[in-house]
Write a protein that binds this ligand. Structure first.
Ligand code: BGC
Length: 766
């Protein structure tokens, strides 16, 4: 498949349709409903249950499992969805069995974990979120969708919308970070990108993991979650709600138990919120064996009850654990589930299949397989831009007080390139990379060597450490290379697939293995050192930080890692990524997030760097041995230029809750600030708007993001940036669990990050 720039542009500039498929013009949806009813009348109970099964290709079936052998499962109409097939030929072969050999010719949903790209691998989701660029995220998702669909995939298990506030959690790398407002904006971008914006979705997205999975206690994957209804609605549900409003076609129920009830059998979140309040009518798939796991959680002691509870709560499709296949028909016969309930679930599945046009076009074009062809340059260009925009410059100040980046080709003649991530293709793909191929990756070493050849620079590369979960490092050659270099570039981090992602939670956030010692040894060479970090957890640097002249957070940048890094290192691109998770000083601060509530004894104004000498500094909410502040806050990121902010101007000093609640646009408050590029090079700034409300019926966060704009400024250029705070931004879930605007006092910051700026205030009267 080949994208020309023109096609790509045309695809991306399609008008946005926020209507889900079933809300399309009545004639069409009536037609679909009547086709669904016709089908339902012809289906046996077993065939109906078959539509509610999702299997991974390669699943063991046959004798001993209670199931038919595999291809027969499909031809008997017992598989509604299949995932993990590779390439158009394999997808078509299976789809043909469903469409041509099953009695009713119903096509299957063909799924895959397309997490940050299908073939063209973009930065990991946490990196993508750090771009704060929803248009770019949409473009990347659109490319992933087109590639997936071309290879027969019509259902992607993305976006992951779990708010993640604990750096120990391995899956923080798959998340959009700690903030619900930003995650909601990103959720919408993914849905538009994956599903398209026309009336016929390109494929079905899947909002996962519903819900609360990211709040695992202690950051340990799969662990219990306890979230009050207020926080659930105010924080964890918001990005899912945004995806639903944007028309996402499916949800995935999560592994965790939420307030004592497993998310995959949770009548409140699945039944009350998703189905009743939001009116969602698509597929809810369980996570891998999550229906079976409700037995481990302890709310069922046999598979039949597990299936019953999950189904009744609202899981339409059972992923991988056979429990629907084995028990649903029997549960109908015994009267525990009505056939009408089964019909409704089947309707949800068939509706998605009709929406995707699978009945008309079930097959992929095998003549143009994406899996085996080269990545087109247009897609690479988006991957390069995404990688470049995701980098977050955390530090840029050498021991002499000067910035070491960007590197100056006039003074840098020899570079020591050190570390296991400098030339490892697999690592650049990140933790979970669809059908990404390591051979597509351009590494930092190869891109840097190519650049160096053209600029008369020599590069001495030393791997120094093993690429393992706990890297073993031998600093000797690295130190030698550092001694004879003008600058040291260290490429360090965490093993991508084994130390980040699912089941990769950690109790220490330090740079793993011998890498810390490597930094210490290399420092002895006395040369400026730039650390490029490839990681999925927010790491702690501690006493390493002062030894480094610059730290660039690179996440796992994808196929264009090398070119994007080299452009940034030499100043052809200016870092514009901003953190979407707080980076702690020490793991003991976790969970750590900027938008926490106040306490009755806040530590504001207390010098936390000293032990408490008196009761004023002791009896506040603090640690005795560490400050409360993160090492790098949410929203933070440096640039090669500097930006100045004017004091924000408010359009009014007061407004009315009644008018805002009545949806009157005039009641909205506008805030304008002037942002000026006060440095010498062009750069992009993410202008962020935060609020704090007081006088409300429930306590609200000390700061909350409610707007952001990414703008580009030439040196000396100024722009006015205006935000609007209306009902959408100001309503919250109050003490009566109603989402309304209350009379309150609102402080507003327009600032560079969540820890800077000076607030102005307005009042919301009755
Ligand atoms: C993960 C999901 C994923 C599913 C299917 C599970 O282990 O939690 O995110 O979509 O597997 O591969």
């Amino acid at each position: 498949m080949k994208f020309s720039a023109a096609i790509l542009l045309a695809v991306l500039s399609f008008p946005v349709s926020v209507l889900p498929a079933w809300a399309q013009p009545a004639t069409t949806s009536q037609e679909v409903e009547s086709r669904i009813n016709t089908l339902l009348k012809q289906m046996t109970l077993e065939e109906k249950v078959g539509q509610l099964n999702t299997y991974s290709a390669g699943t063991a079936t046959g004798p001993g499992t209670g199931l038919l052998p595999f291809p027969e499962m499909v031809s008997a109409g017992h598989v509604g969805a299949l995932f993990n097939l590779v390439g158009a030929r394999e997808a078509n072969a299976m789809q043909r069995i469903a469409v041509e050999r099953s009695r009713l010719h119903i096509p299957m949903l063909l799924g895959l974990d397309v997490i940050h790209g299908y073939r063209t691998t973009f930065p990991v989701p946490l990196g993508m979120s750090a771009t704060w660029d929803t248009q770019l995220i949409e473009s990347a998702a659109r490319i992933a969708a087109r590639e997936s669909r071309a290879d027969g995939i019509n259902w992607v298990y993305s976006p992951m919308l779990d708010i993640a506030r604990d750096g120990r959690w391995g899956r923080i790398v798959e998340s959009e970070g700690e903030d619900p407002y930003l995650a909601a904006a990103i959720a919408r971008a993914y849905v538009r990108g994956y599903q398209g914006t026309g009336s016929k979705p390109l494929l079905a997205g899947c909002a996962k993991h519903f819900v609360g999975y990211g709040a695992a206690e202690g950051g340990r994957d799969y662990n219990t979650t306890e979230i009050s209804e207020h926080t659930l609605r105010e924080v964890y549900l918001r990005p899912f709600r945004a995806a639903e409003q944007e028309g996402i076609l499916s949800f995935m129920a999560a592994f965790n138990s939420l307030n004592g009830v497993p998310a995959s059998a949770n009548p409140f979140t699945l039944g009350q919120v998703l189905r009743k309040e939001w009116g969602f009518k698509g597929v809810v798939v369980g996570d891998w064996e999550s229906v079976k796991e409700v037995m481990e959680h302890g709310i069922a002691i046999d598979g039949k009850t597990a299936a019953l509870k999950a189904f009744k709560a609202g899981v339409t499709s059972d992923m991988q654990d056979n429990l629907y296949e084995l028990h649903l028909a029997e549960l109908v016969r015994s009267g525990s589930i009505s056939e009408a309930e089964i019909d409704n679930a089947v309707r949800d599945v068939l509706r998605v299949k009709f929406a995707l046009g699978l009945f008309d076009t079930p097959y992929a074009d095998e003549a143009h397989p994406v899996f085996s062809g080269p990545i087109p340059e247009d897609a690479r260009a988006v991957a390069r831009q995404a990688a470049g925009s995701s980098f977050v410059l955390l530090k840029n100040e050498g021991k002499n007080g000067h910035a070491v980046l960007p590197l100056d080709t006039k003074t840098v003649h020899t570079i020591a390139l050190i570390g296991p991530f400098a030339d490892d293709r697999d690592a650049m793909l990140g933790s979970w990379s669809g059908q990404g191929k390591a051979t597509d990756v351009v590494t930092l070493r190869s891109a840097l060597e190519e650049y160096a050849r053209g600029h008369n620079i020599s590069v001495n590369y030393v791997q120094a450490c093993t690429m393992t979960i706990v890297p073993n490092c031998d600093p000797q050659k690295a130190v030698e290379a550092a001694r004879s270099a003008d600058v040291v570039v260290l490429a360090l981090g965490e093993h991508a697939s084994e130390r980040t992602g699912e089941a990769a939670s950690v109790a220490s956030l330090d740079l793993p293995g011998g890498q810390k010692d490597l930094v210490r040894e290399v420092e002895n060479a006395g040369k400026p050192s730039v650390m490029l970090l490839f990681n999925g957890h927010p790491l702690t640097f501690g006493e390493l930080e002062p030894k480094l002249s610059a730290i660039l957070e690179a996440w796992y940048p994808g196929v264009e890692a090398g070119p994007a890094l080299v452009r940034t290192l030499f100043g052809d691109a200016n870092p514009s990524g901003r953190l979407t998770v707080s980076f702690p000083r020490t793991v003991g601060q976790e969970p750590l997030y900027y938008n926490h509530l106040s306490t009755g004894r806040p530590a504001d104004g207390v010098d936390l760097s000293k032990p408490p000498y008196d009761s004023d500094s002791k009896y506040v909410s603090r640690y005795l041995d560490e400050t409360n502040a993160p090492a790098y806050p949410f929203g933070y990121g440096l640039s090669y230029t500097t930006f100045e902010y004017s004091a924000p101007q408010l359009s009014t000093a007061s407004t009315s809750a009644a008018l805002l609640n009545g949806g009157k646009p005039d009641a909205a408050v506008r805030i304008t600030a002037t942002v000026r590029n006060s440095g010498n090079v062009a750069g992009a700034e993410v202008v962020q708007l935060y609020i704090r409300r007081r006088g409300t019926s429930v306590t609200m966060p000390v700061r909350e993001l409610k707007g952001f704009k990414k703008i580009t400024l030439a040196p000396g250029e100024s722009k006015n940036v205006t935000f609007t705070l209306g009902r959408d931004e100001l309503a919250f879930w109050n003490i009566d669990m109603k989402e309304i605007v209350e009379p309150e006092e609102v402080s507003v910051w327009v600032s560079h990050d969540s820890a800077s700026g000076t607030p102005v205030k307005f009042e919301i009267k009755q």
